[in-house]
Design a protein around this ligand. Structure first.
Ligand code: ADP
Length: 594
């Protein structure tokens, strides 16, 4: 179950990473595209600005010319009286010269009926002279408002041009006619053709009146209503051009006024980036179309970079998550372990307490046995003495009676010593109690407790005393240890021919060593390392608990010492090492002997 959900989680993580990967690649691609478009747009805007400037300069250069020429007296004179063909030819000739200097298209003069009476192109085929232009808005506009501008295709020549016109008045302000100037912008268009992109100048009807590619000329970028179309035909504004519409489909608005368009144009169906700039004076709009090719390399590059970053982040995230999880797991394990240790420690402590209790009981049993034996003997002896005392009383033998009483007194003293010792043994002894004590005294007490058995088994006790020895420890508990060691030694020697108990005390640097050695044959090699283990015993059931040495070991360790065992001579040797203490009179020098 847990396994399954872990797998499912992994699957989810992989899916999330993949989804993130796709999303980041897609977003990066979009970003790369956006960047590309905005860079292209900035560049195109600069280009457009330049074009607009050149167009403005061109128009500006000729804007003032009609007004200046309208003041010309020769022109005014001819308009007042146009009958003389020679005068007309003279003026045409002059306009021709002027036009050559100025570099405009055509300069011509119209009378009040709209008839051209002189023109700079008078010598060319299809010249304006004699033509009637009364229907042209630039003529009507000039009469109405004083001046006019108008783009249209020439009626006579079929060449498109920008017409600038000005009314001509005499000194009294009477209208004599109109002076007009036609700007031909073919050169400009030829210049544009060399640049990148398609440049269009559209008029207020969205008709491309100028285009850097000839095929785009006179295409409309938006539909024309039938009425408008009819009016445009009437004024012959675009001559007999067809005004084919371009199918324009907006795709996306980009930053600023840049936009992406799909145009079904003369070059086929293509996507273009379009930028526009209005030419307010003329009411035209300059439009730059740049073919919109998605920059595959940049998109791929950005996509790869985004994928790299995304994967790096995802793996970092996973790594951190895993680490966090591991740490949590580790903490939980540690907590569990700590709890386990605590539980085990508590259990061990309890077991130890129970052991100590059992050992106490065992020691108590041994001691009761020893005491019963020890007290029984003097009691029997005393009863016998009392019997003899009664006999002696009858015989009235005071001397023998005294010696009998003395023996009874001796037996009583011995019993008092035993019970007195028992009292100290029963004293409550807290575990950690440390006192200064003399090992010799403790040995005396232990031997006293076991005296009966020693005598019974005819064991020879050899002692090396050291009355100057003082150690740190707890006398009662040390005695308990010694009783146990002596007991074991006596048990081991029972039935042996040689029964020799050697109790020695000597100094080793900062410690005193107390050794109990017997001639009981020693401990088997495989048992040597185990004798201090609780419940290790080789004695028959009912005789040994196997706790004595374990408890002894614990007691000696507790009082800062060590208990060791080895085989030496004919038997086992137990050595108790205890830290030496200063004798009691060292700190306060004893008063001078008298
Ligand atoms: P118990 O005396 O109840 O068996 P102890 O812990 O006092 O428990 O002793 C454990 C064992 O160590 C004994 O059963 C015995 O085999 C061995 N042992 C102890 N002292 C001697 C000794 N002096 N000589 C030989 N074996 C000994």
């Amino acid at each position: 179950m847990a396994f399954l959900s872990a797998r499912r989680r992994m699957l989810l993580a992989v899916l999330a990473i993949l989804a993130g990967l796709l999303a980041s690649v897609w977003l990066a691609g979009r970003y790369a595209e956006r960047r590309h478009w905005s860079e292209t747009a900035v560049e195109a805007r600069g280009q457009l600005e330049l074009y607009a400037q050149s167009l403005r300069i061109l128009v500006e250069r000729f804007r003032a010319l009609p007004a200046i020429l309208a003041l010309d007296s020769e022109i005014q004179a001819l308009l007042r009286d146009a009958a003389d063909p020679l005068a007309r030819e003279r003026l045409s000739r002059r306009l021709q010269r002027l036009n050559r200097e100025a570099g405009a298209g055509v300069i011509f003069v119209l009378d009040l009926q709209g008839k051209a009476i002189a023109a700079s192109n008078w010598q060319e085929p299809g010249n304006f002279v004699g033509g009637n232009y009364a229907f042209r808005p630039y003529f009507q506009g000039a009469l109405r408002e004083g001046s006019a501008r108008y783009f249209s295709v020439g009626v006579t020549t079929g060449v498109p041009g920008y017409f600038l016109s000005r009314v001509v008045r005499d000194a009294d302000g009477r209208i004599l006619g109109v002076l007009a100037l036609k700007l031909v912008m073919e050169d400009l268009q030829r210049d544009w053709a060399r640049q990148t992109g398609i440049l269009l100048v559209t008029d207020q009807h969205a008709v491309a009146i100028l285009a850097s590619r000839p095929a785009w000329r006179f295409r409309t970028l938006q539909g024309l209503s039938p009425e408008l179309r009819a009016r445009l035909v009437d004024t012959r504004r675009y001559g007999d051009r067809q005004l084919q519409p371009l199918a324009v489909r907006p795709l996306r608005q980009l930053d600023g006024d840049a936009e992406l368009l799909g145009i079904d144009g003369p070059d086929g169906r293509r996507d273009y980036l379009r930028l526009r700039q209005p030419l307010a004076d003329e009411g035209w709009t300059l439009q730059l179309l740049r073919e919109a090719r998605v920059p595959g390399g940049a998109v791929r590059g950005y996509g790869l970079a985004a994928a790299g970053i995304w994967l790096a982040l995802a793996f970092l995230f996973l790594f951190l998550g895993q680490r966090q999880k591991n740490r949590r797991l580790l903490l939980r394990r540690r907590a569990e372990l700590e709890q386990l240790v605590e539980e085990r420690t508590a259990a061990l402590r309890q077991a130890q307490d129970e052991l100590v209790q059992a050992a106490k009981m065992a020691a108590l049993g041994q001691m009761s046995a020893a005491l019963a034996h020890e007290i029984n003997q003097p009691l029997t002896a005393m009863r016998m003495q009392l019997g003899s005392l009664q006999l002696l009383l009858a015989k009235n033998d005071p001397a023998a009676m005294r010696s009998c009483l003395e023996r009874i007194d001796g037996l009583l003293t011995r019993m008092a010593a035993l019970t007195g010792h028992l009292k100290t043994f029963a004293r409550d002894t807290p575990g950690g109690l440390r006192e200064r004590l003399q090992p010799d005294t403790v040995v005396d007490h232990a031997l006293l407790l076991l005296e009966a058995r020693i005598r019974q088994d005819a064991v020879q006790v050899l002692r090396r005393r050291a009355p100057q020895a003082w150690v740190e420890g707890n006398a009662i508990r040390l005695e308990q240890v010694l009783v146990n060691l002596l007991h074991n030694a006596l048990d081991a020697m029972a039935g042996k021919a040689l029964r020799e108990l050697r109790i020695e005390l000597w100094r080793d640097a900062g410690d005193w060593l107390l050794s109990v050695a017997d001639s009981g044959g020693g401990i088997a090699a495989e048992h040597l390392s185990r004798v201090f283990e609780p419940f290790f015993t080789t004695k028959p059931v009912g005789e040994g608990l196997g706790l004595g040495l374990a408890v002894s070991y614990g007691i000696v360790r507790e009082s800062g010492g060590q208990l060791e065992v080895r085989n030496a001579g004919d038997g086992a040797q137990f050595v108790i090492r205890l830290p030496a203490a200063l004798p009691p009179d060292t700190l306060q020098p004893s008063p001078q002997e008298p």
